[in-house]
Design a protein. Structure first.
Length: 451
């Protein structure tokens, strides 16, 4: 009887997907939400699901990119993959992906199931789809209103990691690596020191407590913010000298790195992508994808739109860097990326009030976890801070970090007229923009009238 009801729900959900398409709706979670409402254990009823070939990608940053890289590489090597490339990473999105890529009898078409999974809902998804392989990108500060602090997310993930699971752990991120204590098997991945690695010695620099003993973690250096070779000053917990997958000989100019003697192409040269590449290689190696096949797939990979965009504006070129609001690591990484460009530039930053769920709120503390020193040496001709909520706070953070006050214009407004009018005052054509996605979309919508 349960099987018959599953088939009825499945057929209804498939019809819903067709209806969404006809209505021009994306439908990345609607069908799954409908199915799970009618049958709570709906996902457990699908067949041709092999836990050994099922992979969850979770963590604070890099889930979508890594998921898409793995899927692209597997498909390029001729493997059939079921996935949620659209980024719908809650249980409803996973259910929708299975509905879309299954037969009328509920047999999943893909031999490999690769799913991006929201770290808060990992346990809920795992309960219905017990994957053998869990990839963890990192566990960092993010979305305080939802997540509180990183230990909350750590506990969520630790509930799922058990002796029947194989985890792929970032060797240079302490919280992630410490999950080795709970897993049956651990595959580590890491990145060698490279030209953009750095050290911290500033007044506002912060580290973290050891996830095993709560004493101070000391980083030897950083490959990206709060990720690098480390050692606990008390208990000795440390990153491995030789992780399972190690990217070496990183050549940003020629867009290559080496892995076990093989030269691999880099689709994107920003340092934070390196850990996505390393994790992708670790998973693909397990499934028999060769280095040559990985290199070939990386050469045709296109990242998700909206993370890094180049916008022509009059004679200027605006380089938009999308950040994850309330995430100091992604904000710092954006600063580091800007600092790599030594040409004269205008820097625009608009941190906003968070409109997640009511009551909406604003905070500025996470920007104090960021290292702004690279911006001091980035040849910034002028900085424009804008936002009705925190324009002055943002300017103060830059000033506290040593940025000259007379090189900052504060616009306590979200009006695009005010923002573009200020930008037009400067002759410099090299412009970097940091703001959240919603504000960026508003600015792009109004852009033609300023041309």
């Amino acid at each position: 009887m349960k099987r018959l009801w599953f088939l009825i729900v499945l057929w209804g959900s498939k019809f819903g997907l067709v209806l969404c398409k006809l209505l021009g709706k994306n439908g990345t979670y609607i069908a799954g939400a409908f199915a799970l409402k009618l049958q709570k254990n709906f996902i457990t009823m699908f067949t041709h699901v092999d836990p050994e070939k099922t992979v969850f990608i979770t963590g604070t940053n890099g889930k979508s990119t890594t998921n898409n890289l793995i899927v692209h590489a597997l498909r390029d090597s001729g493997k059939k993959v079921t996935t949620n490339l659209e980024g719908a990473n809650l249980i409803t999105g996973v259910a929708t992906a299975l509905i879309r890529d299954s037969s009328l009898l509920g047999r999943v078409h893909g031999d490999y199931l690769i799913f991006e999974t929201d770290e808060r809902y990992l346990a809920q998804i795992y309960e219905q789809l017990p994957a053998k392989n869990i990839c963890i990108t990192n566990i960092q500060k993010d979305q305080v209103q939802r997540n509180g602090e990183p230990d909350f997310i750590y506990k969520k993930i630790a509930k799922v990691v058990n002796k029947d699971t194989r985890i792929f752990a970032n060797n240079e991120e302490p919280r992630t690596l410490s999950l080795e204590d709970y897993a049956g098997e651990v595959v580590t991945y890491g990145v060698e020191r490279h030209a953009n690695s750095f050290e911290k010695k500033g007044f506002y620099d912060v580290t973290m407590g050891c996830p095993k003993c709560n004493n101070k973690i000391a980083f030897q250096y950083y490959n990206v913010d709060n990720v690098g070779p480390f050692r606990c000053t008390a208990c000795g917990f440390q990153s491995r000298v030789q992780p399972g997958v190690l990217l070496a000989d990183i050549d940003f100019e020629n867009r290559t790195f080496s892995w076990e003697g093989h030269s691999i192409y880099m689709p994107y040269t920003q340092p934070f992508f390196l850990y996505n590449y390393a994790l992708t290689i670790a998973v693909c190696r397990m499934f028999g994808v060769t280095a040559e096949e990985i290199d070939k797939s990386f050469r045709t990979f296109k990242n998700i739109a909206g993370r890094l965009e180049l916008i022509p504006y009059k004679t200027k070129k605006i380089k938009y860097i999308r950040i994850k609001q309330e995430n100091p690591e992604t904000l710092t990484t954006a600063f580091d990326y800007i600092a790599q460009d030594k040409e004269p530039k205008i820097f625009m930053i608009g941190l906003e009030q968070l409109e997640d769920f009511q009551p909406y709120y604003t905070n500025t503390f996470y920007s104090f976890d960021c290292d702004v020193e690279p911006l001091l040496h980035a040849n910034i001709q002028h900085c424009i801070t804008f936002s009705e909520a925190v324009a002055y706070d943002t300017a103060n953070r830059l000033i506290y970090g040593g940025f000259p006050e007379d090189q900052i214009t504060v616009i306590p407004s979200d009006e695009n007229d005010d923002i573009f009018r200020e930008l037009d005052r400067y002759d410099c054509d090299n412009v970097y923009l940091i703001t959240w996605l919603h504000k960026y979309e508003q600015m792009m919508e109004d852009l033609p009238k300023y041309e």
